[in-house]
Design a protein around this ligand. Structure first.
Ligand code: PLP
Length: 259
């Protein structure tokens, strides 16, 4: 699935970030053109895990005005350190434990990995205390046994029916991680599964539950995801440079191929 890491040079200056962003945007546009989609309908969420604050300031100057982070503690530390960057939005895109709900309620604008009512309940409570709202995506497991994250597709309908009770959560759509595979047909099948599930659930979604969003696609597969309908692509390494930290740190137990 992933391009070799030398395809993702480290960005260490504002100009280098501007260049990498331009390359990614050009690829987004090309993918949109192939399937006659409007590029305005694809949001690029830069994913900044492992990237230090100095480089995040460069990325900001180059135009990254929202950042995705997998781990809450790392995200919160950065959000505090970069609080002077006006309007910078934070998206938590990794699995959340209920004891971190308070932190997310304080600084995050979006949470993309909702997959349990326990977490929904914890977030609702903490958001009420903070008097804040949170955009959320419901994470679905589209790769069956290869992943342990996200709801099973068959559970999604019931789950969505419970969500109107949590009025601090603004449901925007579905999110998935494709199977980690070098076989692009298998990767594509995951994205197709998410889109078809979205289309099916949207037909009688509860009031107030918007299911337009599809957050899918990362550095190695975002073009396939766009061809299959992604409205949000979460791109880290193609903007910031290859990560030294193995992905297994973020997805313990996932079936990741050696790079
Ligand atoms: C790290 C991460 C990404 C981005 O991966 P890259 O290979 O850096 O593009 C996307 N989604 C999630 C959930 C992640 O943790």
């Amino acid at each position: 699935m992933s391009a070799p890491s030398q395809a993702w040079p480290q960005a260490d200056s504002v100009a280098a970030f501007a260049h990498n962003l331009e390359v990614v945007r050009t690829r987004i546009h090309a993918a949109c053109r192939r399937v006659e989609r409007d590029p305005q309908g694809v949001r690029l969420l830069p994913v900044s895990k492992t990237v230090d604050e100095a480089r995040l300031r460069m990325a900001w100057a180059a135009g990254c005005h929202e950042l995705g982070e997998n781990k809450v503690q790392e995200a919160q530390r950065k959000a505090q350190a970069l609080a002077d960057l006006d309007g910078l939005r934070w998206s938590v895109i990794g699995h959340l434990q209920t004891n971190k709900a308070r932190d997310v309620a304080r600084f995050a604008d979006e949470f993309q990995a909702l997959d349990s009512l326990r977490v929904a309940r914890a977030l609702q409570q903490r958001l009420e205390l903070e008097d804040r709202h949170l955009d959320v995506f419901v994470q679905v497991n589209t790769s069956a046994e290869a992943s342990k994250y996200g709801l099973e597709p068959a559970q999604a309908d019931d789950f969505l029916r419970q969500l109107p009770a949590f009025d601090r959560l603004r449901v925007k759509g579905l999110m998935t991680l494709a199977e980690f595979s070098t076989d692009s047909a298998r990767v594509r099948a995951c994205f197709v599964r998410l889109r078809e599930l979205r289309d099916q659930l949207r037909q009688d979604a509860p009031d107030g539950i918007a299911l337009d969003g599809l957050s899918m696609g990362m550095s190695g597969d975002f073009e396939i995801a766009i061809e299959e309908g992604a409205t949000v692509v979460r791109v880290g390494q193609a903007i910031f440079g290859a990560r030294a930290t193995p992905d297994s740190h973020y997805w313990p137990g996932e079936d990741t191929p050696p790079r």
